[in-house]
Write a protein that binds this ligand. Sequence first.
Ligand code: RIB
Ligand code: CA
Length: 313
Amino acid sequence: MTIRNIIIDTDPGQDDAVAILLALASPENVNLLGITAVAGNVPLALTEKNARIVCELAGRSDVKVFAGADAPIKHTLVTAEHVHGKTGLDGPKMDAPKMPLQDQHAVDYIIDTLRAEPAKTITLCPIGPLTNIALAFQKAPDIVERVQEIVLMGGAYFQVGNITPAAEFNIYVDPEAAEIVFKSGAPLVVMGLDVTHKALATAARVQAFRDMGTKVGDMVAAWTNFFERFDKEKYGSEGAPLHDPCTIAYLINPNLFTGRQINVEIETQSELTRGMTVADWWRVTDRPANAFFVGDLDADGFFALLTERLARL
Ligand code: RIB
Ligand code: CA
């Protein structure tokens, strides 16, 4: 089993928090080199703070957390307090973090790390808007070919949009950044709403978090109980979709997921369909197959893995 060196680029958000915890609970699968925060679910001042809160919850105040872009490349920032609450981690009461934020800008950290480590040995896991990744690729085009893989949460095809009728939130917030990443040529694994809407934290699964009898289990149960209301009201879902942890679970056990290597392009011109991921699922074009687009997962297997790993913290 090879251990993946990863950088998580994130906008915590309760589901981001669970993804970070899953990574920290799985040292035999992933080596978390650092966390880069980006504006998304809530403004950057909160996403970088929340990333540090989650590291401290896992007892890992040694993890390096960097602040990155506080706004998308072109558009005005759109946030999602209506889903994640004012703090981004609403649900349980959280103490302010004591661990420091790193001085270096997240974009420079991504560039320096990819240049310093051997080529093709670092996986990027963006689980928020793709602004930091795109800015790094623009500032240092040489790093693109050094990336082992980008395993991202974003987009949708059959599920279409969750922030507009056409677009998923992470891509919608910064479609120009997404276009840069999707056209970069870096190997992509795309965990969109088609699969994450099947990763639902049902009452029984949330109870399994509570039954751990740990602070982590209680926090994850409280977070999922808080942010499930948006999807329950909108989709009639049986629980909160754990979007972001799907990326880390893929690195731990890719056999939990199925998908297709297809072309995915990003709509950036139309206001009506801004941020739509135009996925050629049926291969009706001869456009290059630039992404492994995930469509399904073994949900019971995913939650069994998640519960087993989180219980370690
Ligand atoms: O659309 C879901 C995505 O947007 C998730 O990454 C969630 O955390 C928000 O960033
Ligand atoms: Ca996120």
